[in-house]
Design a protein around this ligand. Structure first.
Ligand SMILES: *Cc1c(COP(=O)(O)O)cnc(C)c1O
Length: 406
């Protein structure tokens, strides 16, 4: 915990200790704030006694909470950002960021995004008076072609794209967009790469968004989101909206994520190492049509990945040669160590069929255009022994071979 936080709590506590009234005592006579615990306490409190009316460091926990402050500081450090604001979910961060834009404006978003992001722009942004266009984000010209000067005020990028693992040249697009309109905000969803492997603020982004739910928390037990920025103006506005809109995480959830932060780097490096081995294994399987993993030389944008990423992450997508949903279902159901589940980035390995699960809400014609067909599978590699995971996949391939043989 930052020392100044401790000190301010000391002051509040000292005033209270000097009072002699006989209120019900919740064990508050002891002063726990001076013990400097290794794990920051969970400030499970809605309100704070204030010795000086009108001049409280902490007043009400929707606005500020010490546990949340500790986490926000730790997350900002991870992304080398000056500021971080947390929210009750990744989509809560997205919703809040829309208040930076306002009605009558136009949003550009890459077409191949997280299903919930797609749903928000298509179904909710219009209700907030915003227009949207989805763009095949892999070519800078595509963004510029649909940019409406004076109206486009937000560019939303997710790279690598989800679920087809294409890489967007964030740096190049930001340069081009800012040349057209320096006021146009660029937000990058960096959930897949984590702050360990990619830092979009260094590539020129105004704001980085994370679904903290995924790699950063990493243990499948907290839903949370965050926005990070180096701009004090954006930070102050986001802090205002965090309080005004109330899309805040609980102190307990903040504490859970504080627990996860120190292991993030070790986790994702190990996951990326396993993912590389598994991607190579999959590439050699006759039942597999194509593997999309940025670390493979066969990835069409491998060079760009090497330029932007310091590691290639733990997410792999691949197409089975057989085209039917039935075959994909047989494959995933045969597995024991890969859980059939949405979400990603946790210590357990997960496997899903995007067309039936994460991206089922994307209209079928759009899915076909994006290559989200029933034979596409997405893997999130966990921390299990990599050979065990490969054996598990082997069982899946045998299961579909058996179907073909009958
Ligand atoms: C999960 C996810 C989100 C949404 O985050 P929640 O915490 O589930 O609200 C946004 N973007 C990406 C890339 C995600 O994987």
């Amino acid at each position: 915990m930052p020392l100044e936080l401790m000190d301010s709590m000391d002051e509040i506590q000292d005033t209270r200790l000097n009072s002699t009234n006989s209120r019900p005592d919740n064990g508050r006579k002891t002063n726990p704030w001076t013990y400097k615990p290794i794990i920051p306490p969970v400030y499970q409190t809605t309100t704070y006694e204030t010795p000086e009316p009108g001049n409280a460091h902490y007043e009400y926990s929707r606005g500020t909470n010490p546990t949340r402050d500790v986490l926000q500081e730790a997350l900002a450090k991870l992304e080398s950002a000056k500021y971080c604001i947390t929210f009750s979910s990744g989509l809560g961060s997205l919703t809040t960021s829309m208040f930076l834009i306002g009605t009558g404006k136009h949003v550009l978003c890459c077409s191949d995004v997280y299903g919930g992001t797609h749903r928000f722009f298509a179904k909710c942004a219009p209700q907030m008076g915003m227009d949207y266009t989805f763009v095949d984000g892999t070519n800078t010209k595509n963004w510029l072609d649909v940019f409406v000067l004076g109206k486009t005020k937000l560019v939303w990028i997710e790279s690598p794209t989800n679920p087809t693992m294409m890489i967007i040249d964030i740096e190049n697009i930001i340069k081009a967009v800012k040349k057209l309109d320096n006021e146009c905000l660029v937000i990058v969803d960096n959930t897949f790469m984590t702050p360990i492997f990619q830092n979009p603020l260094k590539l020129g982004a105004d704001i980085v968004m994370h679904s903290v739910t995924k790699y950063i928390n990493g243990h499948s037990d907290v839903i949370m989101g965050c926005l990070m920025t180096n701009s004090v103006v954006l930070h102050d506005r986001l802090k205002f909206y965090q309080n005004a809109l109330g899309i805040i995480p609980s102190p307990r959830d903040c504490s859970m994520v504080i627990r996860s932060v120190p292991t993030l780097e070790v986790r994702v490096k190990r996951q990326a190492e396993s993912a590389m081995k598994i991607a190579k294994y999959l590439s050699a399987k006759p039942q597999v049509l194509k593997v999309m993993y940025p670390g493979l030389e066969s990835h069409p944008q491998h060079d760009l990945a090497k330029k932007h990423y310091s590691g290639f992450g733990g997410m792999i997508s691949f197409y089975l040669r057989g085209k039917s949903a039935n075959e994909s279902i047989k494959f995933v159901q045969a597995m024991e160590h890969f859980h059939i589940a949405v979400s990603l980035g946790c210590v357990h390995s997960l496997m899903e069929i995007p067309s039936l699960m994460t991206h089922a809400a994307v209209p079928e014609i759009d899915r076909d255009k994006l290559g989200i067909t029933d034979n596409l599978l997405r893997l999130s590699i966990g921390l299990e022994d990599v050979d065990t995971l490969i054996e598990d996949l082997e069982v899946g391939f045998r299961a579909i071979d058996a179907v073909e043989a009958t």
